[in-house]
Design a binder for this molecule. Structure first.
Ligand code: NAP
Ligand code: F7E
Length: 324
């Protein structure tokens, strides 16, 4: 039974990847950081099937000890300070976790067992002010936030360990992917959660920033499959994972409010607090390399994704649940 270590297992992608790897017959070890309150809600349903170990991307010793103890065959590095807006108010922290954290983990692998296969969660935010449409593996990077800059570092240090030490290091350049488990601060989940609240009479407005930004939004469950496929290849490489479709925030609003027969113009208020110092205006990926090399393609359409998220938020609120 192969062993996989997931950093960031308590996050959106970590929870879907853990489910997927368990189904593939893996022993799944998840690294969690110490918090004063337990935040395992996304993995509560599989907590008995995974092994959780305490560690932190800021603490190299903890990473070395985890590798020595669990001897993973594959490592999926999903841990990050992943919220773009926060990266302006905490740029150094974002760099420590999202950029230097990658080096700490890569060097722990190099020291303990350089044969471990490594996946780095790179991001379409690296393309930022895009140099080419659609964006592909060869498109030059132009990050627009401290988060994007940190991810560029994480991407290149992954390439560098591959080239310097011959390690099996792969970088997945994933475009936005969402789900009912998406954090409430991200625009898609913020919208679907408010749609459900408004529909149920629990809220009467939704405050947002830039409605013109365009993103290539896919379903997280589809994207974790691509991560696994990448590590099954004999040769490590870099892959774009995307749907190839782009939609504005306003189009997301149309789809989400329209689904419950509401008009978003009656509820949405633009609030400068949610505008960013520098914006990424247009992202749309070309995943043809992942298509032919990995046999990967997305299964969930944009409309299906939005409806799935609205339905999940409606169900959760009707059941009297609190937002995950
Ligand atoms: P997420 O929900 O924000 O999850 C981030 C995870 O990282 C959480 O488990 C968090 O733990 C953990 N973490 C944060 N700081 C840590 C530290 N210092 N030490 C150990 N763990 C730490 O993010 P996601 O959406 O699942 O994304 C997964 C990865 O893919 C991230 O690296 C993200 O930047 C990248 N990515 C995401 C997307 C997307 O659209 N979702 C696209 C491209 C790339 P806590 O629960 O304790 O906070
Ligand atoms: O913003 C606009 C905002 O925060 C999307 C992360 O997973 O994907 C994510 O980063 C767009 C931006 O995601 C609000 O200005 C308008 O243009 O949902 P988001 P993101 O910044 O694209 C990438 C690929 C990652 O790697 C990241 O980790 O929506 N927007 N009004 C808003 N955004 C938010 N959050 N809140 C608003 O009120």
């Amino acid at each position: 039974m192969p062993t996989a270590l997931i950093t960031g297992i308590t996050g959106q992608d970590g929870s879907y990847l853990a489910e997927f790897l368990l189904q593939q017959g893996y022993r799944v070890v998840g690294m969690v950081r110490r918090t004063s309150t337990v935040n395992f809600h996304r993995i509560a349903h599989i907590q008995d099937e995974v092994e959780l170990v305490s560690g932190d991307m800021l603490d190299q010793i903890s990473l070395v000890h985890i590798l020595e103890e669990y001897r993973p065959d594959e490592i999926y590095n999903l841990a990050a300070q992943s919220f773009v807006q926060t990266s302006w108010s905490q740029p150094v922290f974002t760099g420590e976790v999202t950029a230097l954290g990658v080096t700490r983990l890569l060097d722990a692998i190099r020291i303990v067992d350089p044969a471990i296969r490594f996946y780095q969660a790179s991001s379409s935010e690296m393309f930022g002010k895009v140099r080419e449409v659609p964006q592909r593996e060869t498109t030059p990077f132009y990050p627009r936030s401290p988060y994007g800059v940190a991810k560029v570092y994480g991407h290149w240090i992954t390439v560098n360990y591959r080239e310097s030490y011959g390690m099996h290091c792969t970088s997945g350049i994933l475009f936005n992917h969402e789900s009912p488990r998406r954090g409430l601060e991200f625009v898609t989940r913020k919208i679907t959660h408010h749609v459900a609240q408004i529909k149920l009479g629990m809220a009467d407005e939704l405050r947002l920033g830039n409605l013109d930004a365009r993103r290539d939004w896919g379903f997280a469950g589809d994207y974790v499959r691509a991560m696994w496929l990448m590590l099954q290849q004999e040769t490590p490489d870099d892959y774009v994972v995307a749907t190839g479709e782009t939609h504005s925030v306003a189009e997301f609003l149309d789809e989400a409010f329209g689904y419950v027969d509401l008009d978003w113009h009656d509820y949405v208020v633009q609030d400068p607090r949610y505008m960013r110092p520098a914006e990424v205006d247009l992202l749309v990926g070309d995943a043809s390399k992942a298509g032919h090399a990995l046999g990967w393609e997305p299964n969930v359409s944009f409309a299906e994704l939005v409806h799935m998220m609205v339905d999940a938020d409606l169900e959760m609120l009707r059941d009297g649940g609190t937002a995950l």
